[in-house]
Design a protein around this ligand. Structure first.
Ligand SMILES: Cc1ncc(COP(=O)(O)O)c(C=O)c1O
Length: 244
């Protein structure tokens, strides 16, 4: 079983923590590997990733992006008995063939150096907390504008993510229900391709704000109050031009 531990597509389709605990139990009972894809959440939700937050140890973890300091690279961590299958010495000792693991960027020293430097910052500073705090303020600001402008949109997200569900069917749904996984994920995904989502993204681009296309995004430790104000001001202006 492999999943992003805050939910698919960077948490756009959230899973509650209780689901993760249930999965850990069910996979352990059945001797099935539980793999957390922490390519995005790793070193973002907390220095220990989402698993550090929820206290679950998956059998394997995939990491990229922050783990290589933004350079090309990734890493897999986890149970020794599984990772030994990729290890020259362990495979030779066990008298079995090593599983091949080629890659253009395997053992790339620049990526490794960038990763070491970045992880040092993540560990020693409050970078994750700052990014999380900024995202919470951004979500709050966006949600207020949505309310002020009487739009059917829902702003949600956890940690340093934010998502804007444009709710084209005008369903009676709350951010909490979405976060608890109690809303049809197909509707959430379908809304990403809606004309309103495209208008929002394009409108914001004209004001210098580049949302991710779902629409939503991830915040960082270097976003400033000026960025927050500029983003919210652009969002209000654009929201007023969109016919939802
Ligand atoms: C959560 C997640 N998993 C996996 C991947 C794929 O990573 P890679 O391109 O290193 O295979 C991505 C890429 O953006 C991602 O965001």
């Amino acid at each position: 079983v492999i999943l992003e531990p805050t939910g698919g597509s960077a948490g756009q389709v959230p899973v509650p923590e209780s689901f993760l605990h249930g999965l850990r139990e069910a996979t352990a009972d059945r001797d099935v590997l539980l793999i957390f894809d922490e390519v995005i959440t790793g070193f973002r939700c907390s220095p220990g990733g989402m698993q550090g937050v929820c206290g679950i140890t998956p059998d394997l973890t995939t990491m990229a992006k922050i783990v290589a300091g933004g350079f090309p690279g990734g890493a897999v961590g986890g149970r020794r008995d599984v990772l030994d299958l990729l290890d020259h010495a362990a495979a030779a000792d066990a008298g079995r063939e090593k599983i091949a693991h080629q890659g253009t960027f395997n053992a790339n020293p620049i990526s490794a150096a960038a990763g070491v430097a970045t992880l040092g910052i993540v560990k020693q500073s409050d970078a994750c907390e700052r990014a999380n705090r900024y995202a919470a303020e951004l979500r709050e600001g966006l949600a207020k504008i949505v309310r002020d402008e009487s739009l059917p949109w829902i702003v949600y997200g956890t940690f340093s993510s934010f998502h804007i569900f444009t709710n084209p069917e005008r369903d009676d749904v709350t951010a909490d229900q979405i976060e608890l996984g109690r809303y049809d994920w197909r509707r959430i995904k379908a809304a990403s391709a809606s004309p309103v989502a495209k208008e929002l993204r394009l409108g914001l681009l004209t004001q210098g704000v580049d949302l991710a296309g779902w629409p939503g995004g991830l915040t960082s430790a270097v976003h400033t109050n000026d960025d927050l104000e500029a983003t919210l001001s652009a969002f209000r202006d654009v929201a007023r031009t969109i016919d939802s």
